[in-house]
Design a protein around this ligand. Structure first.
Ligand SMILES: *Cc1c(COP(=O)(O)O)cnc(C)c1O
Length: 433
C-alpha cells in the first residue's frame, strides 16, 4: 500500500469529468471536489470498516469516515443487518414509529442537556431550527457565532463559516441578503472578552450563543481551559441561551459529546452525523421548557416529510448500541493519539513546523509552528504544503479530508496496523514536501 507505482485513477477521472457536466463542480457538496488540495477527487466504489475502495480498485485507509458518521467503521455488520430487517418493513412512514422513541430515549439518556428531542434530516436543518427556537424562546433576534465555526448552510449562519466557505475563498455567499445576517454577530473563538463586549453593546437583544464546543470546521481547535465555562456564565447572566452545535462532536469525542467531556451543560444542543449511523439524520434538543415551544406542542413551526425516517433511526440506534460497549472511547482516544502524535513527530523530524492534537476519535494538525486558538491562527497554516501532503498520502493509500480546515476522524475499525501503515506513508511524504 505504501508503494505509489501502481496508483492509477483513470476511471475516477472519467467519471468525475462526466460529473462536472451534470452537477455544479461535479459534486453534491463542495469540499468533495478537492479544490483546496488540487488534483481530481477519487470516485468511491465501496466502503467497509476502516477502508475505502475507489472505482479503479485502489484501497485506502480512511480518515474521513463519511465526515464522522462511520465511527464504528463503515458498513458495520450489526448496522447492515438491522437495516436489512427494517427495509423489509418499508423505507418511510411519515407517521410515528417505535424506532423514534428508542433513538430519542438513547439521545436523552446520553446527552446531559437534552430532556426532549426533535429529529430532522441533516445538521443544517438542526441548526436552522435551533436558531428559530432560540429566538422564539427569548423573543430576541441577535445571535453570536464564532469565526470559523460552521453550523450548516442556512443563510443566517453563512458569516465567517469555516472550511467549506473558507476553502472556496468566499468571505460570505452571494444570495444571502444582508438583512438575514445583520443579526448574526461574530467573535473570535476562545475569546471571552469579545463575547462580553458584544453583550454589552447589544443589551437585551442577544438570544444566545452558538458554537462548536470543539471546532472541527476550521481544522481541529479545542476550547481553551475556561472558555466553555465562561460562555455558560455570560449567557446565564444575560438571560441568553447557550447552544452547543454537537453535530460533529456528539457521540464522537465522548458518548455524551463535548458537554459530557468538559462538564458544561448548554441549554440546547444540535446533533447529526454519528446519530444517523451513515443515514441522513439531524436532531436538536434541550431543556423541556424550551422544547415545549416546538410545534405541535407549541407555536414554533418546524416539520419534515422524511424526519424520523425508520431506516435512519435504525442505523442510529445500532450505531449508538455499538458505542455503548465499555472501552469504546478509550480505544478511539488511544489510536487517534498514536496517529496524531506520530504525525506531529514525523513532521518535526522532517523539519516541518506543525501544530495539532486530538480528542478521542477527532484530530487535526496545521502546517504552522504557532499555537492555534482560533480561525485567524489556523489560517497561518501553509495550505499549499498541506495540498502536497494530501496528494502524497492519497497516492500511498491514505484518504485524508481534502482540506486543511477539516478535522480528521478515526473509527473503532482502525487498527494499530492501520496507524503504523499511515505513519510509514507519512514519513515518506513529509521527507518529500
Ligand atoms: C457537518 C456539520 C453541520 C452541518 O451538517 P449537515 O448534515 O452537513 O447539514 C453543522 N454543524 C457542524 C458542527 C457540522 O460539523
Amino acid at each position: 500500500m505504501v508503494s505509489t507505482t501502481s496508483f492509477t485513477t483513470t476511471k475516477s477521472e472519467e467519471i468525475f469529468t462526466a460529473a462536472q457536466k451534470l452537477m455544479p463542480g461535479g459534486v453534491s457538496s463542495p469540499v468533495r471536489a478537492f479544490k483546496s488540495v488540487g488534483g481530481q477527487p477519487i470516485v468511491f466504489d465501496h466502503v467497509k470498516g476502516a477502508y475505502i475502495w475507489d472505482v479503479d480498485g485502489n484501497e485506502y485507509i480512511d480518515y474521513v469516515g463519511t465526515w464522522g458518521p462511520a465511527i464504528c467503521g463503515h458498513a458495520h455488520p450489526n448496522v447492515i443487518a438491522a437495516l436489512h430487517e427494517a427495509l423489509e418493513k418499508g423505507t418511510s412512514f411519515g407517521a410515528p414509529s417505535l424506532q423514534e422513541n428508542l433513538l430519542a430515549q438513547m439521545v436523552i439518556d446520553a446527552v446531559p442537556s437534552i430532556e426532549m428531542v426533535r429529529f430532522v434530516n441533516s445538521g443544517t436543518e438542526a441548526c436552522m431550527s435551533v436558531l428559530r427556537l432560540m429566538r422564539a424562546f427569548t423573543n430576541r433576534e441577535k445571535i453570536i457565532k464564532f469565526e470559523g465555526c460552521y453550523h450548516g448552510h442556512a443563510d443566517m449562519f453563512l458569516v465567517k463559516a469555516g472550511s467549506g466557505v473558507a476553502t472556496l475563498g468566499l468571505p460570505d455567499s452571494p444570495g444571502v441578503p444582508k438583512t438575514t445576517t445583520s443579526n448574526t454577530l461574530t467573535a473570535p473563538y476562545n475569546d471571552l472578552e469579545a463575547v462580553k463586549a458584544l453583550f454589552e453593546e447589544n443589551p437585551d437583544q442577544i438570544a444566545g450563543v452558538i458554537l462548536e464546543p470543539v471546532v472541527g470546521n476550521a481544522g481541529f481547535i479545542p476550547p481553551d481551559a475556561g472558555f466553555l465555562e465562561g460562555l455558560r456564565e455570560i449567557t446565564k447572566e444575560h438571560k441568553a441561551l447557550l447552544v452547543f452545535d454537537e453535530v460533529m462532536t456528539g457521540f464522537r469525542i465522548a458518548y455524551g459529546g463535548a458537554q459530557e467531556k468538559f462538564g458544561v451543560t448548554p441549554d440546547l444542543t444540535t446533533l447529526g452525523k454519528v446519530i444517523g449511523g451513515g443515514l441522513p439524520v439531524g436532531a436538536y434538543g434541550g431543556r423541556k421548557d424550551i422544547m415545549a415551544l416546538v410545534a405541535p406542542s407549541g407555536p414554533m413551526y418546524q416539520a419534515g416529510t422524511l424526519s424520523g425516517n425508520p431506516l435512519a433511526m435504525t442505523a442510529g440506534i445500532k450505531t449508538l448500541e455499538l458505542l455503548q460497549k465499555p472501552g469504546t472511547y478509550d480505544y478511539l482516544d488511544r489510536v487517534t493519539k498514536k496517529l496524531t502524535q506520530g504525525l506531529l513527530s514525523l513532521a518535526k523530524e522532517a523539519g516541518h513546523a506543525v501544530y495539532g492534537g486530538s480528542i478521542s476519535g477527532m484530530f487535526g494538525f496545521f502546517f504552522t509552528g504557532e499555537t492555534v486558538h482560533n480561525y485567524e491562527d489556523a489560517k497561518k497554516s501553509d495550505v499549499a504544503k498541506f495540498g502536497r501532503f494530501h496528494r502524497g498520502m492519497l497516492e500511498r493509500g491514505v484518504y485524508l479530508a481534502p482540506s486543511q480546515f477539516e478535522a480528521g476522524f478515526t473509527s473503532l475499525a482502525h487498527t494499530d496496523e492501520d496507524i503504523d501503515k499511515t505513519l510509514e506513508a507519512a514519513k515518506e511524504v513529509f521527507s518529500s514536501l
